[in-house]
Design a protein. Structure first.
Length: 152
């Protein structure tokens, strides 16, 4: 599997912290990302008063005395965003576990396919694992003698 297709759960969580739904987009879960964004908008429309956004859009610094009050009004949005981060992280973990399981199954199938058939003309080198002709007594890939017992 190429490095470009490996999704990292921690990166999905960090992206989700930056912007709600971005971690899900990284994991290629388009609908789930859209649902988290819509949920954030719905929560902000239903539970956050419109005046709570005024100090954030004013451009001026928020005085420390008002900061706790503004943050208290934005708690519903922050809770939804944090839930989105957790969802992206655990979804990434689940995808990584499924990918590892698929890889293990593919490796097992591949190794079962490379087991030498007793009637076949090829033998597998014990050192490098490549197939060699049964008529020669060394591996032409790594030059290991095939008739000697190998201590491991």
């Amino acid at each position: 599997m190429s490095a470009l297709t490996k999704h990292r759960p921690w990166l999905a969580a960090i992206l989700g912290l930056v912007l709600t739904g971005l971690g899900h987009l990284y994991l290629r879960r388009w609908r789930r990302a859209a649902l988290w964004v819509l949920l954030t908008f719905a929560v902000s429309a239903l539970f956050v008063p419109p005046e709570a956004f005024d100090p954030l859009t004013g451009g001026a610094a928020i005085p420390p005395s008002e900061f706790a009050a503004v943050l208290g009004e934005l708690v519903p949005i922050l809770v939804v965003s944090f839930a989105s981060v957790l969802d992206a992280f655990f979804l990434g973990l689940r995808q990584a576990a499924a990918r590892a399981e698929r890889s293990a199954v593919e490796d097992a199938e591949e190794s079962a396919a490379t087991v030498a058939d007793p009637d076949a003309d090829a033998v597998t080198c014990p050192e490098c694992g490549r197939e060699v002709d049964a008529d020669i007594d060394f591996c032409h890939w790594c030059t290991t003698r095939l008739d000697e017992p190998i201590d491991r």
